[in-house]
Write a protein that binds this ligand. Structure first.
Ligand SMILES: NC(=O)c1ccc[n+]([C@@H]2O[C@H](COP(=O)([O-])OP(=O)(O)OC[C@H]3O[C@@H](n4cnc5c(N)ncnc54)[C@H](OP(=O)(O)O)[C@@H]3O)[C@@H](O)[C@H]2O)c1
Length: 258
């Protein structure tokens, strides 16, 4: 099956670990050139982890990759990341908005600052990146793809007090639809993926504490592995999904059926 991703330039935000890392590797396995985004100021290891993803890509798949530091809550850094990508691996064709901030509740503990920061990273950062990509695709006169990583929490609501996160993931889906409508005739497909529980650092503690409760809601009776989300992202970014735009694919092991 030819996914037609060879030599395409893919930018995956927040891809030094977790689902983002697997998405980056999946694209590389199809011959795409990958921009591994991370933010230097979070954990010292993120930079090293991002470089490790780049080395793994080059060694395993022999395709080009670069790690670029940009905080997705800062507009100037997002725009600069596109410039850096362009002058190293090439102009971005595909954007995967994967970076996300997961705040901890409950409701009365949230401050306005925490609420705003969650939206700044999960929605505004993704919006700026979409806007920047679309501007550049138009200037080049080429088609492109955007995949936004939402969550089943956008529909289900949270059972563990992540209110601003859930709301931000709902906003990301609304944004996906509106942008998709606006750019459809230009050959730019914009879709979203809504994963259920995926085994990454983001949920490892929650999973440990409430494994039985979560399992009881999942028909497939297991947590997803990050590559199971990455495979769906790959599909949405490929020509295999050419007639899909504005959609959100549930990857939830059956937790979400509609
Ligand atoms: N795991 C799940 O069960 C699950 C379920 C549904 C949806 N999702 C979604 O899947 C995506 C990946 O999540 P994950 O499970 O892989 O979690 P993760 O391992 O915590 O990955 C999130 C990534 O986002 C990065 N990030 C956070 N704030 C950022 C910022 N301001 N600028 C740049 N990067 C930033 C993190 O960087 P640092 O490591 O440096 O903080 C990290 O690399 C997210 O969109 C998440 O909402 C996950």
């Amino acid at each position: 099956m030819n996914l037609n991703l060879k030599d395409k330039v893919v930018l995956v935000t927040g891809s030094s670990g977790g689902v983002g890392r697997k998405i980056a590797l999946a694209f590389a396995s199809e011959g795409a050139k990958v921009v591994v985004n991370y933010r230097k100021k979070s954990k010292q290891e993120s930079g090293k982890a991002a470089e490790a993803v780049v080395s793994e890509i080059k060694k395993t798949y022999g395709t080009e990759a670069i790690a670029i530091d940009a905080d997705m809550s800062v507009e100037a850094q997002i725009i600069e990341m596109f410039d850096k990508a362009e002058s190293s691996v090439g102009a971005v064709d595909i954007l995967v908005n994967n970076a996300a901030y997961l705040p901890k509740g409950p409701l009365q503990n949230y401050t306005e600052t925490e609420w705003n920061y969650t939206f700044q990273v999960n929605v505004t950062g993704a919006f700026i990146a979409c806007k920047e990509l679309i501007k550049r695709l138009r200037e080049r006169g080429v088609k492109g793809k955007i995949v936004n990583i939402s969550s089943q929490a956008a529909f289900f609501g949270s059972t563990s007090g992540h209110l601003p996160y859930d709301a931000s993931k709902g906003a990301l889906i609304s944004m996906t639809r509106s942008i998709a409508r606006e750019v459809a005739r230009e050959g730019i497909n914009v879709n979203a993926v809504a994963p259920g529980m995926v085994m990454t650092e983001m949920v490892a503690k929650l999973w440990e504490e409430r494994k039985e409760q979560y399992l009881s809601r999942i028909p497939l009776y297991r947590i997803a592995q990050p590559e199971e989300v990455a495979n769906v992202v790959l599909f949405l970014a490929s020509d295999m999904s050419s007639y899909m735009t504005g959609t959100t694919l549930d990857v939830t092991g059956g937790l979400m059926m509609r």
